[in-house]
Write a protein that binds this ligand. Structure first.
Ligand code: GDP
Ligand code: MN
Length: 396
């Protein structure tokens, strides 16, 4: 589950990580009230108006702007709320902005220069350990840094049995070129950030930039936080942080009916039982010259109701030109799935795209018989390759 910047910052702050403070606003009027309150609480006289959408690169797209007085807060907030923000990470249509974060200006002048760093905490799947990835090149697109100056990206892997060690936090502060107060601040920042990551069951924290202020404070100016969905049962207070407006509407609907669905860009809809078989089926489709329109694991009980729900979800995607049903009848018998497909098809009335069904496993022969004699526009296949060829034929 992805969070908005303001929600991510609230979680960080609850674990003692210093953040650029801000108040979320739904309209220009609330934005002005938020700015006044911020000045009372922090003394700031300038403000940053930040679009709250699930996409990075907002600054580049005009979704992060500085306001030097309340009049500008009102103007800029009014302009950003309701806009379709296009950034390097959104589609070309952009994302509708429903709310903004009014944040204190933390780039104020002072005794030393400000500097921006990059820091993320994530799981290294290769080693099975959490790691902190960081760079002196903050505020920039980290992919560009990785491509052009990879030696400026450092990593620190954490041994899960002992957690983050103090020497590791010090090494990070050292590699970032800090000394004195800023060095101490950074070690505190890193250790509370790591604690927050672990305790919140997150799968990603990305803080870009981490700012060293002109008076040597270290703070999170931005926050991209992804909470592991599988751990949400342990965090009842995080569940309502989900903003469905930011998620793919077909995926949201699929989740409601208990289907494991991921929307993709291709033209062949897939209905498969088991995640592994689903992945193999997507490979097969690509090999046959098609592109999968989705990943869909219907799970163990592929009965008529489930098959029908899956059809409905797949057909919501207008790009779908064919549907490949690939079911292995291990626990579920193939003839029951076949009957499910036939019943679902009849219930749906018309399905305007060709359907290829491959059923393999228990009672596969009876299943094929059922499909072939159903009189519906459904083609059956026994072998994997045969199914692929049939998909290719209907796409040609
Ligand atoms: P992103 O573009 O979506 O990654 O949004 P960020 O939250 O990272 O903000 C983009 C940029 O806005 C930062 O890299 C900063 O340079 C700038 N910015 C953020 N906060 C402030 C602030 O308080 N004052 C000033 N002057 N600039 C800021
Ligand atoms: Mn950022």
């Amino acid at each position: 589950m992805n969070l908005h910047e303001y929600q991510g910052k609230e979680i960080l702050s609850s674990f003692g990580v210093r953040i650029q403070r801000g108040i979320v606003a739904q309209n220009a009027h609330e934005a002005v009230a938020a700015a006044k309150q911020l000045t009372q609480e922090t003394g700031t006289s300038w403000y940053v108006i930040k679009a709250q959408v699930h996409a990075g690169g907002r600054g580049k797209g005009g979704g992060v702007k500085l306001a030097k007085n309340l009049k500008e807060v009102e103007q800029i907030a009014g302009q950003i709320i309701g806009m379709n923000l296009v950034t390097p990470q959104t589609s070309k249509e952009g994302k509708r902005v429903h709310q903004v974060l009014i944040a204190e200006d933390v780039y104020y002048p002072g005794a030393s220069e400000t500097s921006e760093f990059y820091m993320s905490v994530l799981l290294n799947r290769g080693t099975g350990r959490n790691m902190i990835m960081y760079s002196t090149e903050g505020g920039m697109d980290i992919e560009t840094v990785a491509e052009e100056t990879p030696h400026l990206i450092f990593t620190e892997e954490i041994d899960p049995s002992v957690g983050l060690m103090p020497f590791q936090a010090r090494r990070i502060a050292f590699n970032l070129g800090l000394s004195g107060t800023a060095f101490k601040e950074m070690t505190k920042f890193v250790s509370s950030l790591y604690t927050a990551y672990v305790k919140s069951d997150s799968s990603l924290f990305e803080i870009n930039p981490v700012l060293k202020t002109s008076d040597d404070k270290i703070m999170a100016v931005d926050a991209k936080v992804t909470i592991d969905d599988n751990a949400l049962y342990r965090h009842k207070d995080y569940v309502n942080l989900r903003d469905l407006r930011e998620e793919n509407p077909i995926e949201v609907e699929a989740k409601e009916v208990g289907l494991n669905y991921v929307d993709l860009d291709g033209n062949v809809g897939c209905m498969v039982n088991g995640a592994g078989l689903a992945m193999a089926t997507m490979d097969l489709i690509k090999q046959a010259g098609g592109e999968p329109a989705n990943f869909l694991d219907v799970g163990g009980t592929a009965d008529a109701a489930r098959v029908e729900a899956a059809f409905k979800i797949i057909l919501k995607d207008p790009a779908v030109k064919a549907i490949l049903i690939n079911i292995f009848g291990g626990i579920v018998r193939c003839d029951r799935v076949a009957q499910g497909v036939i019943d679902a098809y009849k219930n749906m009335g018309t399905i305007n795209v060709p359907i290829i069904v491959r059923l393999q496993g228990t009672n596969a022969d009876i299943a094929k018989e059922l499909i072939d004699s159903s009189g519906l526009d459904v083609q059956s296949a026994v072998e994997f390759q045969e199914a692929a060829d049939k998909v290719q034929a209907v796409l040609a």
